[in-house]
Design a protein around this ligand. Structure first.
Ligand SMILES: Cc1cc2nc3c(=O)[nH]c(=O)nc-3n(C[C@H](O)[C@H](O)[C@H](O)COP(=O)(O)OP(=O)(O)OC[C@H]3O[C@@H](n4cnc5c(N)ncnc54)[C@H](O)[C@@H]3O)c2cc1C
Length: 389
């Protein structure tokens, strides 16, 4: 059994590390946080010919970006019909289309070893949820977005997929270093200003800063406390199962339970966080017995898998009240991107690239505009539970 807290994707703490910052340096831009989002921002800045320094408090992909379920889902944090209700149809459709484009871009950038475009299924657990699946499929079809109806009331989104999230970050980091980015692990930002980021071992002088942090964003930028709240999510994985259990990632029970079978037969599953809200908000990202036992019960009873558990892990994500990813200039020259509401594998990198566009050209892209909070939002609509919330 792997050490507690080690994701099925590999242990970022055991991988090859970038050095820690040692002394002062200068770059056009500094990116704080080297998960999938921060690395997407680094890539976009390099594409524009800028010089980039990237720092991370831990290893690359040491947080949620290397510890997630590996679902690549189009759209925002709400099922499409609920997104239409909460954010307005035009905004929900446009957001969905932009994430479809980001999925295509990720697939082309990362290749078939890392991204499998196998689709994803939302499977209802109850008759009430089956009605909601129908409403979701209706809304997707009405808006010309890809969806199929499966027997049993499921919705299949054929354009969704799965990613190996840690391999993704390793590949992006290696590519960025080859292209001249200076990346540093073990280098926490202590003080962040638009023209300088201070760390315990040196400072980065720069023209602007992108803070790409999901869970714990409110600790890095305390002015976001109250608007952003962090939550622990837990998962486990099994030894290989020889039979085909699933052919694509499955979202079950409003997304609170979610699992996929990896190409080598192992099952990765997260579940039940809605039954443990009291212990998971604001908690350190370590697996706990109570939640792990509940996930294991779902694995045995709902997925029907009895293979031994080999990995247990947790990660931290952040939420906003309106369910929209936070993307804004929070201090002069400091752009924050995070709080992806449990749904950051696709939207996180798209939003981080929008942050780069803003930093480079002071241009607010279509996605930037779409993600700006709206005061009239209705908080009480169905939200996704698992990776999606
Ligand atoms: C168990 C679990 C399952 C999930 N499943 C899915 C899924 O299937 N699909 C999906 O789309 N999303 C899923 N998510 C959410 C998704 O993982 C995240 O939204 C996404 O990975 C966030 O990546 P990121 O790069 O934005 O931020 P993070 O992964 O949070 O990376 C931020 C980085 O910033 C660093 N950092 C923090 N503070 C500082 C500081 N002061 N100085 C320097 N560096 C700092 C951290 O060390 C970290 O490496 C899941 C999350 C979890 C935890």
């Amino acid at each position: 059994m792997a050490a507690a807290g080690t994701p099925i994707w590999g242990d970022p703490r055991a991988g090859e590390q970038s050095p820690a910052l040692d002394g002062d340096l200068q770059a056009d831009f500094c990116v704080v946080g080297l998960g999938g989002s921060g690395l997407a921002a680094v890539g976009a800045l390099l594409d524009a010919g800028a010089s980039v320094a990237g720092i991370d408090a831990g290893p690359v992909a040491g947080a949620a970006a290397g510890r997630n379920g590996g679902f690549l889902l189009a759209g925002g944090s709400r099922f499409h019909h609920a997104a239409v209700e909460a954010w307005g149809r035009e905004r929900a459709v446009e957001l969905y289309r932009l994430t479809l484009a980001e999925l295509d871009r990720l697939e082309a950038e990362l290749g078939p070893e890392i991204v499998r475009r196998v689709g994803s299924e939302r499977r209802p657990a109850t008759a009430e949820e089956a009605d909601d699946c129908r409403a979701q499929a209706d809304a997707l079809e009405r808006d010309g977005l890809p969806a199929e109806r499966l027997d049993g009331g499921s919705v299949l989104v054929p354009t969704d997929g799965a990613v190996d999230p840690y391999a993704r970050c390793r590949k992006l980091a290696a590519g960025a270093i080859r292209r001249g980015a200076r990346l540093f692990s073990g280098t926490p930002a202590l003080d962040i200003r638009g023209d300088e980021v201070r760390t315990p071992s040196g400072a980065v002088a720069c023209g602007a800063v992108i803070v790409a942090v999901d869970g714990g964003l409110e600790r890095v930028l305390p002015e976001l406390a109250g608007r952003v709240r962090s939550l622990r999510l837990q998962m486990l994985a099994t030894a290989p199962v020889e039979r085909t259990v699933e052919v694509w990632p499955v979202y079950y029970r409003w997304g609170y339970d979610y699992w996929q079978q990896l190409p080598d037969g192992r099952i990765a599953i997260g579940a039940a966080r809605d039954r443990h809200e009291a212990t998971e908000w604001g908690a350190a990202p370590e697996p706990t017995d109570a939640v792990q036992a509940d996930i294991e019960r779902v694995l045995r009873e709902e997925v029907g898998v009895d293979a031994p558990v080999t990995h247990r892990w947790a990660g931290e994500v952040a939420f906003t009240d309106d369910g929209l990813t936070l993307l804004e200039e929070v201090r002069s020259g400091v752009i924050a991107v995070g709080a992806h509401n449990g749904h950051g594998n696709v939207l996180g990198s798209a939003a981080a690239r929008a942050a780069a566009t803003k930093a480079l050209h002071n241009v607010e892209s279509a996605l930037w505009e779409l993600l700006q909070a709206q005061p009239e939002v209705e908080p009480e609509v169905f939200v996704r539970g698992g990776p999606g919330t």
